[in-house]
Ligand binder design. Structure first.
Ligand code: NAD
Length: 316
């Protein structure tokens, strides 16, 4: 496993990070026994970055991760979130933020998290995020309950705005840098580099579009993107490559991303993904993939408030 420094935090994080949303049954029903094996195997194979949230499985992901990490908390870096609690339940108020960390610490069975992130900030009034949420998180950082703080969002410009307003440590986005899309590099990467923010890239498999299983029903991407993803999977299959390996390898190669988060709850996915980051990709295969993706390249979708979106979806 390779490790990179997470921006100015100094934390040395594995280039492959463990996305714990599937532990909360976000993609399918999973058992504790299987999840525990996946976590143990990940640690054994050198993965040290674990990302969760009270939102994933409506606290189930944090509960399970806390249980699975008992006795080995000191081996890993734990990142959780605050502000999002259900699909449509958000609370970025100062009071809820202060409460949220205590609840997370209880579920995670620890006295501190390494990174606390305001979760999906594009869904609410950015003035509140800047005037209440992040100042509360800075207090939490001062108290030692979180070593570092950051923000997450599908929309990128709002995170740049947050970083301009406050000395945050990390930014996390998803589905903005992978085989289907690379506009993170126009809208977020330059600011992250300039400010020394730890850049975290999630959903390298485009939330399962780039896997044999295909997109789950709830996937928000336009049908054209799902169809193009299906073509990529077929092209990889024809070339005898696992599309997840190719997708992951592409993301891991980003020079400025410290860790790439893949959702994992199965030991075989942990094994496959560790293999995937080390599997070189044939340039000819990448060329064919780029050709298939070209008509929908950089297609994203609206999330949260339209005023917080990077593109003018209202007029699209
Ligand atoms: P992903 O693109 O990583 O896809 C995960 C899905 O792919 C899961 O169903 C998983 O079982 C499956 N999978 C994993 N490895 C596989 C393999 N080798 N072969 C086939 N299938 C495989 O999407 P994700 O889970 O949404 O993102 C990764 C993590 O990033 C999340 O778990 C979460 O921790 C984090 N994340 C955070 C935010 C946010 O903060 N707003 C948003 C998205 C993701």
């Amino acid at each position: 496993m390779q490790y990179k420094t997470l921006g100015n935090t100094g934390l040395k994080v594995s280039v492959l990070g463990f996305g714990a949303s599937p532990l909360g049954n976000e993609f399918r029903q999973t058992t504790e026994e299987e999840g525990k094996r996946a976590v143990d195997l990940a640690i054994d194979r050198g993965i040290n970055y674990f990302d969760t949230s009270p939102f994933y499985g409506r606290t189930l992901s944090e509960e399970r991760l806390g249980k699975f990490l008992e006795g080995q908390r000191d081996k890993v870096i734990v990142a959780t979130k605050c502000g999002r609690y259900d699909s449509h339940t958000f609370d970025f108020s100062r009071e809820r933020t202060m409460l949220s960390i205590d609840e997370s610490l209880r579920r995670l069975r620890t006295d501190h998290v390494d990174v606390l992130q305001a979760h999906d900030i594009e869904f609410r009034d950015m003035n509140q995020v800047i005037d209440e949420t992040i100042p509360a998180m800075l207090k939490i950082k001062e108290s030692g309950k979180a070593r570092f703080i950051g923000v997450t969002s599908l929309q990128l410009k709002v995170m740049v705005r947050a970083a301009q307003a406050h000395p945050i440590d990390t930014v996390l986005t998803y589905c903005r840098y992978n085989l289907m899309i690379t506009d993170m590099d126009e809208l977020l990467t330059p600011a992250a580099k300039e400010k020394g923010l730890g850049l975290i890239n999630a959903s390298p498999l485009h939330m399962r579009i780039l896997t044999e299983a295909g997109a789950p029903d709830w996937h928000p991407a336009p049908e054209s993107v799902k169809r193009a993803g299906g073509k990529v999977v077929a092209i990889c299959r024809e070339a005898g490559a696992d599309p997840a390996d190719v997708a992951l390898r592409f993301c891991i190669g980003h020079p400025d991303v410290a860790t790439t988060l893949v959702g994992m709850s199965r030991p075989d996915h942990v094994e496959n993904n560790i293999r995937g980051i080390e599997t070189p990709v044939d340039p000819e295969l990448l060329r064919k993939i780029a050709e298939a993706v070209e008509p929908v390249k950089n297609t994203s979708w609206a999330s949260g408030r339209l005023e917080n979106c990077d593109y003018d979806y209202a007029e699209a």
